[in-house]
Design a protein around this ligand. Sequence first.
Ligand SMILES: [Zn+2]
Length: 549
Amino acid sequence: MSRDLKTSIKELEVTPENYLHVVVVGASQRWDLTIECLSASLTRLPHVRLKPPGRLLPHVSYYGAVCVSDNQGLSLDPDRKADVVAYTFLAAFDLLEKWGSDNVGSAAEFFNEIEAYWGCLPGSISASGAFDVDAKDRLVTSYLKLKEKRPQWFFTERDVPLPKDFDVKGAAAQSALYVHLDELVAPPAHPEVLSAAFVAAIRDSMSASQLALWSRLVRPSSNKNHPKRAVLLVSAPRAAGGVSVVGVEFGTRNGDVDLNAPVTAITMRRHTVSYMRERGGASVAMLSKHAVIIGCGAIGAVIADALAATGVGRLTLVDYDYYSEDNVFRHILDPTWIGLPKVIGLQYQLERHYPGLKVTPRTTNGQDWLRSSDLSDVDAVICALGLPTLEQSFARALRKKDKLLPLLFTWLEPLDLGGHSILTWTQGEGCLDCLYRDDEGVRSLQSRIAFLAPDQRVSKTITGCGSVFVPYGALQSRRTALMASEHILSALSGEAGPSYRYWAGDGTAAAVQNLRTTPWWDEARTTMPGAQQSKRAFGRPCKTCRVIK
Ligand SMILES: [Zn+2]
């Protein structure tokens, strides 16, 4: 701590509650700060509270909490608690000194953070807004509902279906007004509270067209005795980019704001497709992409989920299989879907989870889907059947369609041997048939990249022929699915040409079962996928995809 700062500290005491109380004189004013002294654990910076200064300050909440750090990526030495407290104090002091002077930048910085300040106003109620905060003035629809015993507001566009996840059953719909202003009216500073004067100030800064909407919001109700409440949502540009939005619920009287009625702050979370996608890191470029997944078992369903999470906007899921007890521990669907088509369950589950996603379920097989599709709006096809003969036939049929598309095949080896992902294109060299060639290019039943040596039985039955299954692990199928998802996304993002990716497990479970493996599996365990390995898959003479000289 510098000598200057030492002489600036006017008071320094530890309170009975184990807080450090410091009064320090800055360049233009005194700061009265209380710093939490650390308890046994040291997992974040101590809280700093400023004695509420009675005016608005950037990064200082209504009650005086100073936002020193968001604690992201913070690394603290647990043996240096005193240093951590000193560091936090200095950081708070610097921040207050920087923004505490009454300059224009300070006001802009305060309004950059207005939504956080609004959320800390006394009695502020949270809200979910499923309409775009797009600066277009309009009436929207509001619902007030108790959620876990706490009131919560919901806002939607008028006359559009409610978002699937808005549970507003039993709540009466009412109009609310959304307006956009060039700048927001300043909120109250402690100890003042939000009042109807704030609403009146907003009204006074409205344009003529905004006032026309306003009068529709506050017009007298037919029931004169019934006190009417209304909601106003206001947005304004942020100096740092984007827009801020705050809300207020107030009383109306005689076609105007009731200056004597109480007012409640509403803090709105954006519940729109564009906001959730952007905030969640979903790719905007992928929203227009349409991927078709043939086979929605343990691997295909995880690919569907992964592509949706990445931002792919349209999925067609093709599988005639019904969900059963056999699937539960390897599949992402829950047991309530047992007895129903997997693709129907996935449509419901994925569309609910990923706003803006459109899923088309097809309870048929890949060949039938191909016959009925002209592929004009398809960007990628993924095959996750694990049935080589069927997949080769499907791939040959797709090649005849005369449309250039990435076509990916993925499958698992038994137990913990590993998984494969083969990216081909529907035109040009490199196809699934390439894998089923010997070194001279003669057709072979064994794939060139198999990890399991041929002629071994790995199927198990628990209750007889009706329940034959190949033992795969849930983690192995997920790992393979994620690898395949990255692989197809690389093609959707512009990577050209055929390629082969794989992972090879440690094979412990396979060894216990005395399963024999191929020399390629030994090699795969110690090499990373690359051009050399892709050559192994596609580098042989192949009548399907090449003109053999
Ligand atoms: Zn080929």
